[in-house]
Design a protein around this ligand. Structure first.
Ligand SMILES: [Zn+2]
Length: 177
């Protein structure tokens, strides 16, 4: 991998178990909000126990860096009812070429690690929000780039990897709530 993977475990009160031991079925894109915020500050915020606003995400990603906060098999709190089945990735809102490349690589590695073909969605499929900002229009491109990464590494391109290229609101299969 060409990114640095670092373990930054979140406070265990910021996440819980997936119901019935479910395995994640998809990757939900987020951005962390405002341009100019640092990766490290976002990681520190999401790790800290905040009883009044106990949100979390599985990983925080920016160019060349992936911080792991919540184990993928656990249920992080980033998208209401979608938390049960989805992995939440927080991305740098500026979306530089490097930010994008690391996201693509990390998504491919998550598919390798879990042995599962992921579906791809975005936070605003679930709730009315500006999140994931600049990433919102690039879901189809992300799917293609992840498939290319998996193929390039010698992994057979199974049809199961070829998920819906356009994951528009309303047909995502995500439930709101
Ligand atoms: Zn979000």
């Amino acid at each position: 991998m060409s990114y640095k993977l670092e373990n930054k475990p979140a406070d265990t009160r910021n996440y819980n178990d997936r119901p019935g031991g479910r395995k994640p079925k998809g990757i939900l894109l987020h951005h962390w909000g405002t341009d100019g915020q640092s990766h490290d500050n976002v990681v520190a915020y999401l790790r800290r126990y905040r009883p009044a606003n106990p949100t979390s995400a599985h990983e925080v990603i920016s160019a060349g860096r992936v911080s792991k906060l919540v184990p993928l098999l656990k249920r992080a709190w980033h998208a209401r009812s979608a938390n049960n089945d989805w992995i939440g990735l927080e991305n740098r809102p500026e979306m530089s070429d490097g930010d994008w490349a690391t996201l693509v690589e990390r998504c491919a590695d998550i598919e390798r690690e879990t042995g599962r073909s992921m579906r791809y969605g975005k936070h605003n499929d679930v709730v009315n929000t500006a999140c994931p900002g600049r990433y919102a229009s690039r879901i189809g491109e992300l799917v293609n780039a992840v498939n290319a990464n998996l193929a390039g590494a010698g992994t057979p391109v199974l049809s199961v990897y070829l998920v819906t290229a356009v994951w528009a609101s309303g047909n995502s299969g995500l439930t709101t709530g």
